[in-house]
Design a protein around this ligand. Structure first.
Ligand SMILES: C[S@@+](CC[C@H](N)C(=O)[O-])C[C@H]1O[C@@H](n2cnc3c(N)ncnc32)[C@H](O)[C@@H]1O
Length: 227
């Protein structure tokens, strides 16, 4: 397991450095716009993929008490923190699963008040906030999550986006992301995503992480919305 996931405290430290200002927070104005939670239908299900300590999942759950938000992460300590915070805020519309995306199927994402043997309809939205750049096997993880999305569901990605050229960008990718997260971001999966998703849109953010690394949003509808 890469260094960055081993200890929730290491993660929290990196998290604080990453998201130190409101502008590059996972909940910045652009992120809120991309997620557009007000447009979710009543009773919708949302997955915060690689939720970490649950920042995004908890925010969505607080905005929309009438939707159910799942957070999924394989790091136990982080999931525990997310659960504790949900309890503290009294957010009963959340479920945090300590699992790998490779070990779940659609049945794991039924809202608790739904009929237990009804076929799982698929998620209305998958959000992945600064996850793909911090996960090994990101192309496979993306494919597994896409299978869980309902027809016409929304996919929102907020992430760092390394330039492939340039000494400083290559150095940052080789050290921070390969070494701490094991993600090898120079072999980024963005082109795979653009091919797989319907209505794929990229929006660059107007600032750079550590003053060097561009940040980006991708929003899309699921592939299954195609006629
Ligand atoms: C940078 S953190 C995510 C940050 C979080 N989304 C946020 O906005 O604060 C990346 C996370 O990916 C999780 N992860 C890596 N591989 C995974 C997998 N196969 N399934 C689920 N989670 C995974 C790690 O445990 C880690 O918490």
């Amino acid at each position: 397991m890469p260094l960055g996931y081993r200890l929730a405290n290491v993660y929290r430290l990196v998290d604080r450095l990453f998201f130190e200002s409101e502008k590059n927070s996972p909940l910045c104005a652009l992120a809120q716009q991309a997620m557009d939670v007000s447009s979710l239908r009543r009773g919708a299900t949302v997955l915060d993929l690689a939720c970490g300590t649950g920042t995004v999942a908890l925010w969505i759950a607080a905005q929309r008490p009438d939707v159910h938000v799942f957070g999924l992460d394989l790091a136990g300590e982080m999931v525990e923190q997310a659960r504790a915070e949900a309890r503290r805020q009294g957010l009963g519309n959340t479920t945090f699963l300590c699992r790998s995306i490779f070990d779940v199927d659609a049945a794991a994402f039924r809202p608790p008040d739904g009929a237990p043997d009804a076929p799982a309809a698929g998620l209305d939205m998958v959000v992945c906030s600064y996850g793909f750049s911090a996960m090994p096997q990101h192309a496979r993880i993306f494919a597994a999550s896409l299978d869980l999305l309902a027809a016409g569901g929304r996919y929102v990605i907020m992430d760092v986006h390394y330039a492939r050229a340039g000494r400083r960008a290559r150095l940052a990718a080789a050290t921070i992301d390969r070494w701490i997260w094991g993600s090898d971001q120079l072999k980024a999966s963005w082109p795979v995503m653009a091919d797989a998703l319907d209505g794929f849109e990229k929006r660059d953010q107007p600032f750079r992480l550590y003053g060097v690394i561009p940040l980006v949003f991708f929003t899309a509808r699921g592939r299954r919305s195609q006629p």
